[in-house]
Design a protein around this ligand. Structure first.
Ligand SMILES: NC(=O)c1ccc[n+]([C@@H]2O[C@H](COP(=O)([O-])OP(=O)(O)OC[C@H]3O[C@@H](n4cnc5c(N)ncnc54)[C@H](OP(=O)(O)O)[C@@H]3O)[C@@H](O)[C@H]2O)c1
Length: 289
């Protein structure tokens, strides 16, 4: 297949694109920085410059997607300072107007398959209850009270792709592995500056970045049209996860901070993805020596 990837130069893209090429696909990388794309992607990937947040470039998008069988949207813009005013604006635009533009252009270009990266953190706090794909997403944004942009994004996929392209939404857990937030957690554990909020009993659903790349490759070939999957490893209680991360990296276990608010608990099931995609996580959640 000829596969266009929006957001190819990030953590997931750098794991996914070599895998797609190794499986015999050809890859069109839609990258906003040619220099970065050339530096981080295999030379076999064809790079086509495109900034997803530049509306003036959008009329040219169908031509960029011409000849592609599939489009994958894995772009994101997570801010460095998550609490700064306007910090999430770019990410919201990537999930809303840029998703709409990509879907519209893919239809115009005659693309037959569309895969959308989404997040399991869009589910509400479910405590100890398991979360599967039928659990409704949290409709409110945790920042600002407006409709959650992830809900808008998934709604756009359903409405614009249905009947036009085979579509699939992959809701990823928090990434672990090289270049992920796990690295900053390890640094904080080593420095003794990480605390476990509340009692640490909330669940986290994690996924190694190479395993989510494998899920994308599987979904490209096998996902039924109109499907949604959680792409996660076995959920862990946050306190247990951080204690073990401390143990395997030779750091002191982090203290509990009962005065801090309890984070949402996301105990997400990957049963559906295992069955439908013939996929299973194979990479350890723990850093290898
Ligand atoms: N990280 C996690 O823990 C996690 C968990 C679950 C799901 N996800 C989802 O997985 C996907 C990939 O995440 P990631 O961690 O790989 O993200 P990342 O490392 O931050 O990469 C983001 C990608 O989006 C591109 N991008 C940002 N703004 C753009 C723009 N205006 N025009 C074109 N491209 C733009 C970036 O390009 P540059 O390289 O030029 O910046 C980069 O290629 C996202 O959909 C994210 O929501 C992430």
């Amino acid at each position: 297949m000829k596969v266009a990837v929006a957001g190819p130069t990030g953590v997931l893209g750098r794991a996914l694109i070599p895998r797609l090429l190794a499986q015999g696909h050809s890859v069109v990388a839609l990258a906003r920085s040619l220099d970065k794309a050339r530096a981080v992607l295999p030379s076999a990937a064809e790079i086509r410059p495109f900034d997803m947040l530049a509306p003036e470039q959008r009329p040219g998008l169908p031509a960029l997607l011409q000849g592609c069988d599939a489009v994958l949207h894995i772009a994101t813009a997570i801010p460095a300072d998550m609490d700064a005013p306007g910090a999430w604006d770019a990410n919201t635009r990537l999930r809303t107007e840029a998703t709409e533009a990509l879907l519209t252009a893919a239809r115009q270009a005659g693309v037959s398959r569309y895969l959308q990266q989404s997040i399991t953190m869009a589910y509400p706090d479910c405590g100890d209850a398991w979360i599967d794909e039928s659990t409704p997403l949290d409709q409110t944004s945790r920042r600002g009270g407006v409709t959650n942009p992830v809900v808008t994004m998934e709604g756009l996929v359903r409405s614009l792709a249905e009947g036009q392209m085979a579509w699939c939404i992959l809701r990823g857990g928090s990434f672990v592995g090289p270049d992920t937030f796990q690295q900053s957690d390890i640094a904080k554990l080593k420095a003794g500056t990480l605390t476990v909020p509340c009692d640490g009993r909330n669940y986290v659903s994690l996924i190694h970045v190479d395993d989510i790349a494998a899920a994308f490759a599987a979904a490209l070939l096998r996902a039924p049209s109109g499907s949604v999957f959680n792409i996660v490893d076995e959920p862990l209680r946050n306190g247990d996860y951080l204690d073990r991360l401390a143990d395997v990296t030779g750091s002191p276990r982090p203290p509990r901070a009962p005065q801090q608010p309890c984070p949402p608990s996301w105990r997400c099931s990957n049963t559906a993805a295992r069955a439908a995609l013939a996929w299973t996580p194979t990479h350890s959640l723990w850093p290898q020596p």
